[in-house]
Structure formats: structure tokens, C-alpha cells
Design a binder for this molecule. Sequence first.
Ligand SMILES: CC(C)(COP(=O)(O)OP(=O)(O)OC[C@H]1O[C@@H](n2cnc3c(N)ncnc32)[C@H](O)[C@@H]1OP(=O)(O)O)[C@@H](O)C(=O)NCCC(=O)NCCS
Length: 182
Amino acid sequence: MAALAPLDVAMGDINVQNIGQLRTLNEHTFPVRYADKFYDEIPTLPEGLAKFAYCGGFAVGNCCARLEPFRSRADEKKKLYIMTIGVLHAYRRRGVGRQLLTQLLEGARKRGDVRVVYMHVQTGNDAARDFYAQFGFTEVGTIKGYYKRIQPDSCYVLAKAIDAADDPAQLLVAEVSGLEAA
Ligand SMILES: CC(C)(COP(=O)(O)OP(=O)(O)OC[C@H]1O[C@@H](n2cnc3c(N)ncnc32)[C@H](O)[C@@H]1OP(=O)(O)O)[C@@H](O)C(=O)NCCC(=O)NCCS
């Protein structure tokens, strides 16, 4: 079967007014249910780090990320942690995720204060792993028992340095709790 054409996507900010829409979207996108704490944090994120992807006026995907200081190194630059990136099932493989991640990475480069981008991906989530690989993310390690309510309960930590000369594994080795190096 021929691949479906990429969809036209418009990006929009997630804020306190439309946070309920994010909750509904996530419930239909992810196998885990996010706690209220997660939704309380989203409107406090710096501009550009929480976005909806709209197709035909409907929110079909989102990407949310937070900036974190380095714990183990004196570094003015930060880590950008992708909390969620997800697209409704019916809209997948149409380039929506690509556009969400591209705008996030371009924004991170423009900010100038991000050294590395990383996230947790459930072991066995090959779609997400292949998706991130397209953008140059590599596995820096795994964490056993990361998830409390789903199986498998382990995850990969995938990462990409903004400066290609940096090694993401080295940047994160002492930063991510429970990380067993790849
Ligand atoms: C991962 C996810 C966000 C990808 O979104 P998407 O809109 O389907 O991705 P795109 O269409 O932009 O794909 C871009 C490229 O990534 C790769 N890719 C995406 N999904 C893939 C899959 N299921 N299998 C293999 N490669 C895949 C492909 O190379 C694809 O390009 P192509 O379609 O031209 O071959 C989506 O599958 C999803 O929401 N999954 C559930 C939530 C999740 O696991 N999120 C990640 C952890 S937070």
C-alpha cells in the first residue's frame, strides 16, 4: 500500500485555557495516565516547550518538554527533557510527530542554552525508538523498574546532543536516576 501523504499541521501553544484538551488527547494517545502534577506543570513551562499539533482545526498531537539544570557539572547550559510527544493513532505516519519534534529541536537550538535533549521510552516501543533514531537520538542506557503500572516496566533513555561534538551518554551518565549505561 502506498504511504499516505504528510498532513498539513499547524502548531499552537498549550496553556492554562486549553489544558483540559491536553488531558483528553493524552488519554487517547499514551498507555499511561499522567497525574495532576504533570498537568499543573505544563502551563509553567517556558514559551515554546508545550505545543499542540492541529490538523483541520483539531488537536491530534502534542509535545511537552522541560528545561533542567545539570546536577553533576558546572554548566550554564541545560538539559531539555521531553515529557511527552504523541500523536493520535489515526494520524500516525503522516509526519505530525516529525513536525512536533522538529519545532522543538529548532527551538532548543535557537534558545542557545540547551546542551542535550533526552527522554524515557518504554522498552519494546519500537515505533518511538525508530522515530527518534530518524533525528539522531541514540540509546544512552536503560532503567529497570521505571514504570509502576505497565509492562515491560523498563525504559530506554534516548538522547541527542545539540553540539555534535558532545557525547550525550557522557553528559547524562550522572544525571538520570537509575540509568544503566548502554
Ligand atoms: C512516536 C510517534 C510520536 C511518532 O509520531 P508520527 O506522527 O507517527 O511520526 P512521523 O509520521 O512524523 O514519522 C517520522 C519518521 O519516524 C519513523 N517512524 C515513525 N513511526 C514509526 C513506526 N511505527 N515504525 C517505524 N518507524 C517509525 C519513520 O522513519 C517516519 O518516517 P516515514 O513515515 O517517512 O518512514 C507516534 O508513534 C506516537 O504517538 N506513539 C505513541 C506515543 C509514544 O510512544 N511517544 C513516544 C514516547 S513519549
